[in-house]
Design a binder for this molecule. Structure first.
Ligand code: FAD
Length: 474
């Protein structure tokens, strides 16, 4: 009798424990992907990614003489139909940790088991199970540094397991939907046209990205990771988000590099991987992380309703070059450098006083790496409402952040080409440039590039006043 191998956020062969288990049974394997209607709907950018990732996974399965079955609907109904059609007696999957996924999987497990179907789930989306890390008093960590220490103390993550090279096929294949029926790609206009130039969704693309990063980007990461024009970050996040590569594989690739890569770069990179774990740890213990302030103190925050400000931020038309470059990078590539994510998020929440949930929602729709834990945890971190958050009163100045982390303006020039000819001195502050300098650079403020939508100094005071009001007169 066949076994069903249900792919979810683990679209890979390598280090895939459910797949290894399926292959080891020696029984026919039915690889399945379910497009779930109500379970963590993917944003538009990630849907583009998913389409290509499923194509890649399907081809990889075909090379092993297998196939990928596509079905859409509620998992319960899909699985029981497939079991009835094929006589399968076992369902295998790798665990997922978003709240809706946990709830759905828990229900499914008990229903399937009560119907006499064996269910086995495996780890692989994270380095450690989020429930495993406990504080001395048995609670969960709210602060990153002790979490990192506990992580280090709990020993090396498990080694990744190698990909299997065979997957027995059933004598007869059940029906499958086609990817084209799912309409995951943008209809016209094709806003994802530029994605193809940057990304190679799928396991092979993930492996290439990892190898290139370890070879050329990792040395210098600790410092270089803050400079958005420098090639010192891995860009692995979208691959990790859909599980095309496992975090254990990434961790493992940073071992045994002594000599070629300074230890501080390896540690710094691993600490970022563990921020991802920390986000899942928080989400596991506080499932409303994307909806509710972690710190209730922020529940009464006087957010402004400012649709025009929000729209200008989303389009990269704020008049602050580093913000506009970041938001346009997001639109063009479906991805933004981490330093710039922090700057644009601070600008939305503090300069525009717009609720962090608007930012979380926009990122969820436009990021190819949109992740329920990292996105929500990071927005709350920036807003000051999160666990171990940056204090609200630390407000990024978009000009000085730009000058510090994009000193020669290379990043701004790439994404805001209308400012390309400005001298370095004014690239982050065109509004301070003398008219003659603007004219020489072909810039006409208010026409070819916007004037600032807020005055940062005044906006900063306004934000601090709102925060003081919240804190009360203490
Ligand atoms: P690298 O620097 O190469 O890091 C390697 C991996 O570590 C990343 O792929 C990622 O999995 C993890 N990582 C790195 N930095 C962080 C971080 N600060 N928090 C959590 N994990 C991290 N990351 C997402 O994966 N999905 C999101 O939806 C997301 N939303 C964010 C929203 C905001 C407002 C901010 C400030 C950050 C957000 N991040 C998110 C975290 C971070 O910006 C990205 O993970 C990182 O930029 C991805 O690029 P990279 O793969 O080159 O990172």
């Amino acid at each position: 009798t066949p076994v069903i191998l249900w792919f979810r956020k683990d679209l890979r062969f390598d280090d895939n424990r459910a797949l290894a288990h399926a292959a080891a049974t020696g029984r026919p394997v039915l690889p399945l992907y379910i497009r779930e209607p109500n379970n963590g709907p993917l944003g538009a950018a990630q849907s583009w990614w998913l389409h290509h990732s499923l194509v890649a996974l399907g081809h990889a399965l075909e090379r092993l003489g297998s196939r990928l079955l596509l079905r859409s609907g509620a998992p319960q109904a899909i699985l029981s139909d497939l079991i009835a059609e094929t006589g399968a007696t076992e369902v295998l999957w790798n665990r997922r940790y978003d709240p809706a996924g946990i709830e759905s999987d828990t229900d499914l497990k008990s229903t399937l088991r009560s119907d006499g179907v064996a269910v086995h789930s495996f780890s692989g989306q994270l380095l450690h199970e989020p429930s495993r890390m406990k504080t001395g008093t048995g609670g969960f960590y709210r602060v990153y540094t002790p979490f990192w220490r506990a992580f280090e103390a709990s020993g090396e993550p498990e080694d990744p397991i190698e990909a299997r090279s065979t997957l027995p096929a059933p004598a007869e294949w059940p029906d499958t939907e086609t990817l084209d029926d799912w309409h995951l790609l943008p209809a016209k206009p094709d806003w994802a046209a530029a994605f193809r130039e940057v990304w190679a969704p799928g396991e092979a693309g993930a492996r290439k990205r990892l190898e290139a990063f370890v070879r050329t980007g990792l040395a210098g990461y600790a410092v270089g990771r803050d400079f958005p024009a420098e090639p010192h970050v891995s860009m692995l996040s979208p691959h990790l988000a859909l599980g095309e590569i496992s975090p254990a594989r990434v961790w493992h690739a940073t071992r045994g590099l002594s000599g070629s890569v300074p230890a501080e770069d390896v540690t710094s990179f691993r600490k970022e991987l563990v921020w991802r774990e920390f986000g899942y740890h928080l989400l596991f213990h506080f499932p409303a992380l994307a909806r509710r302030n972690f710190s209730e103190k922020f529940d009464g925050f006087p957010w402004r309703n400012d649709p025009e400000g929000l729209r200008r931020w989303q389009r990269g038309e704020t008049g602050y070059p580093i913000i506009d470059a970041g938001m346009r990078q997001l639109w063009q590539m479906g991805w933004m450098h981490n330093r710039v994510r922090m700057i644009v998020a601070s600008f939305l929440v503090k300069d525009l006083l717009i609720d962090w949930r608007e930012g979380e929602r926009w990122f969820r729709d436009t990021l190819v790496d949109a992740d329920p834990a990292s996105n929500a945890a990071s927005w709350q971190w920036v807003a000051g409402s999160g666990a171990d958050a940056a204090p609200f009163f630390r407000i990024f100045n978009p000009v000085s952040q730009g000058e510090k982390f994009d000193p020669d303006g290379a990043y701004v020039r790439r994404f805001v080409p209308e400012l390309k000819a400005l001298p370095d001195r004014f690239i982050h502050r065109p509004f301070d440039a003398p008219l003659s300098v603007l004219e020489d650079a072909g810039v006409s403020l208010g026409k070819t590039y916007p004037l600032p939508i807020v005055d940062h100094k005044a906006a900063r005071e306004r934000a601090l006043a709102a925060f003081r009001g919240l804190a009360g007169p203490s």
